[in-house]
Design a binder for this molecule. Structure first.
Ligand code: ARG
Ligand code: GLU
Length: 687
């Protein structure tokens, strides 16, 4: 028994020497990859990437907001991330009079940096493999408590390899983060949803923030007295650019991959889950776009919502196509057959796959119900707000602050809310819910309510007319809120919500009834598939991915080169197309070719580089990640993958999978020539 435990331990630590490109590696184990990284051109040491004693590059990387990455580029806490990561903040600070989305924003001094309420960044203090401590009987709660007691740190234990290893992550979270600069959306979101996930790409997807701390450099709530945070490490910037074949490394917080799942899971994603989600979002997006086209205020209010609904919608389409093209389901089935042949000789694993297939059969219907509910009724804005309202109102007699909290939430909600959009979406989504849900899960009250002649539409109209939650002012008392028709409506779904409580898993394969089989499955794969390079699936913990700058063959005879330029922006520029209507300033700079130090030779042309491709294995969450060259200097900010490579969350194909970064020279050019904020460059170390 001891011997077996030891074997598993070693198996998960010692990585095989494998090819580059695929893989999201744990920074604390990056030594294991050094040989392969050096071969591609990396010049620093493993301890430069990660050390929990000395300052290392990990101290220059932050988790930005809920789900993005950012990086320090000055000793005064100046932070780069994507425009789409800062989008919610920029929007929150914007109004029709101060429209920073449209015109951009550039703080001329520290005084003009705008505090973003609620925005935080987290720095990783340390990551430690605690599997052995847990196996020796120590409780996770105790380990977490010990790591976070009395120091203001946030600690969590994250499973790797479906729980075969357990890692303790300790973070320090800064709560005073301010907007420093943002380009006009016509640059930061250039190409919009049309170009999203696409190549060639010309998006200046960056925004600039600054982290503030108290006088001791410690996290503090917002205060005018706070001062710029002094990071232990920040990235110097290379203005030398990238060539095809150059080493690049992306350092950030990818959220979710599932590389080791069996064919049943891929089948569910490609043929059941994605198609449902895509269909429901297609109509929601239509409804929002139509309203946005008619009204500038609605365009602003729904800009961030539209972008986030559209983003996954498009990704899922690319992912399903990619899985189809790669024949991932067939490939996995063959792999499983071979595995089964080997497993038949190992009593321990002989029936493992059967158990897994069984588990999927059992879990799929319930998981689908959860996803369908999330994408339908739970995507109605009034429903979501009513849930908050009822929770807070219920607690209001015990805790008088709850009613205030509710009023603040209500004000934020109403600011960007359009009842006509939501009403239309509610009609559509309730209809889809009733059509697709197993009938025994449809609340009787709903069936009764829509049984009149006017059906769903009439019911929704009367519901939206009767509720007071959507008024500019909220009803006065908790009791009034609790009997509000929208709160009552939300209550009809308590059964479904209850049944799904604790059912928030990253993927179907993480549902406990299934996940428990993946633990031995991963162990078995290690024993059987000795050539494979194993890395843990992404789970919003800090990872390193690396590879090279590289184009790809998009179609027979059609090669997509690794770099785009300002000329490509000008070729797309069109005042009549919202996504391609660049600011006049950019046209002027182009007309006079006033590129200053940012102009360079791109092929035969003199232009400004804009975006580049590399083979780094990234995922959602890697947005805003620093992309560095072999010397550890910043050459770009990761912001996307190509559409055809989005299946890399399940199967990575080195011939086609590419991450997309905004070239740091374009960032500097925009700050300098469009923002007129060249003084920000003085803080940075440019090489
Ligand atoms: N596709 C990128 C990511 O997944 C960028 C998304 C934001 N841009 C947009 N046009 N919606 O986050
Ligand atoms: N845009 C994504 C993000 O916000 C990164 C793109 C991807 O999924 O690779 O993290």
């Amino acid at each position: 028994m001891i011997k077996r435990l030891l074997l598993c331990t070693m198996a998960f630590i010692a990585f095989t020497t494998a090819t580059a490109d695929e893989g999201m590696w744990l920074p604390s184990l990056i030594k294991e990859r050094m040989k392969s990284m050096r071969a591609l051109g990396f010049k620093l040491k493993a301890a430069d990437i990660y050390s929990d004693r000395e300052a290392s590059l990990k101290d220059a990387v932050v988790q930005f907001g809920g789900g993005c990455t950012g990086e320090f580029v000055s000793q005064s806490g100046l932070l780069l991330t994507n425009h789409h990561c800062g989008y919610g903040s920029i929007q929150k600070l914007s109004s029709v009079e101060h429209d920073y989305l449209t015109y951009g924003y550039w703080a001329k001094s520290l005084d003009e940096e705008l505090h973003v309420p609620g925005l935080t960044v987290s720095l990783l203090v340390s990551m430690t493999d605690v599997t052995d401590r847990i196996n020796a009987g120590e409780k996770s709660e105790d380990i977490i408590k010990k790591a976070s007691e009395g120091n203001g740190y946030r600690a969590s234990i994250e499973p790797m390899y479906y729980g075969n290893r357990q890692y303790l992550f300790v973070y320090r979270t800064y709560r005073d983060v301010r907007l420093v600069g943002a380009p006009p959306s016509a640059i930061g979101k250039f190409g919009g949803d049309t170009d999203n996930w696409m190549w060639p790409r010309h998006t200046g997807d960056f925004s600039i923030f600054r982290v503030y701390a108290n006088a001791d450099n410690e996290p503090a709530d917002y205060s005018k007295d706070n001062v710029p945070y002094r990071p232990k490490r920040f990235f110097p910037i290379s203005t030398q650019g990238v060539q095809e074949g150059d080493f690049t490394m992306t350092y950030g917080f990818p959220g979710n991959t599932q590389e080791y799942v069996i064919s049943d899971a891929v089948d569910y994603v490609a043929n059941v889950s994605n198609p449902m989600k895509i269909e429901l979002r297609t109509r929601r997006l239509q409804i929002i776009s139509e309203a946005q086209a008619k009204d500038a205020a609605v365009r602003i209010a729904y800009a961030a919502k539209h972008a986030s609904i559209a983003n996954s919608w498009k990704k899922w389409q690319g992912e399903s196509l990619g899985l189809e093209r790669l024949g991932t389901i067939e490939k996995k089935k063959n792999y499983e057959q071979e595995f089964a042949r080997w497993a038949a000789q190992n009593s321990e694993y002989a029936t493992l796959l059967d158990s897994m297939h069984e588990a999927y059969k059992k879990v799929v219907p319930g998981y689908f119900v959860r996803e369908l509910f999330n994408e339908s009724v739970a995507s109605i804005e009034a429903y979501v707000f009513a849930r908050w309202a009822s929770h807070l109102a219920m607690d209001a007699d015990k805790d008088s602050t709850k009613l205030n909290e509710l009023r603040t939430r209500h004000a934020n909600f109403i600011k960007d809310y359009n009842v006509e959009i939501d009403r239309k979406i509610a009609c559509f989504l309730i209809n889809e819910f009733m059509k697709r849900m197993p009938s025994e899960l449809i609340p009787q009250q709903l069936t009764d309510a829509v049984s009149g002649n006017g059906g769903i539409n009439e019911f929704v109209d009367s519901l939206y007319n009767a509720t007071a939650l959507l008024n500019k002012e909220l009803p006065l008392t908790a009791a009034q809120i609790l009997v509000d028709p929208m709160v009552q409506f939300a209550g009809w779904f308590n059964g479904i919500v209850e049944a799904n409580r604790g059912y928030i898993y990253r993927n179907i394969s993480n549902v406990p009834e299934i996940e428990k089989w993946y633990r031995p499955y991963m162990q078995a794969l290690r024993l059987w598939d000795k050539e494979r390079a194993f890395y843990p699936d992404a789970n919003f913990t800090l990872r390193v991915s690396y590879g090279t700058v590289k184009g790809y063959e998009n179609a027979d005879g059609e090669y997509h080169t690794h770099l785009t330029s300002l000329d490509g922006i000008m070729a797309k520029d069109n005042p009549d197309i919202y996504d391609y209507n660049i600011p006049q300033q950019l046209r002027d700079v182009y007309a006079k070719k006033e590129y200053g130090r940012w102009g360079t030779h791109i092929g035969e042309r003199h232009s400004v580089p804009v975006c580049f491709l590399a083979t780094n294995h990234t995922s959602g969450g890697n947005s805003g990640s620093p992309v560095i060259n072999g010397n550890g200097e910043l050459v770009g900010i990761n912001f996307d993958r190509t559409w055809r490579s989005t299946m890399s969350d399940i199967e990575f194909d080195p011939s086609i999978c590419r991450n997309i970064s905004v070239d740091i020279r374009y960032v500097l050019f925009v700050v300098d020539k469009i923002g007129g904020a060249g003084y920000l460059l003085d803080e940075m170390v440019l090489k």
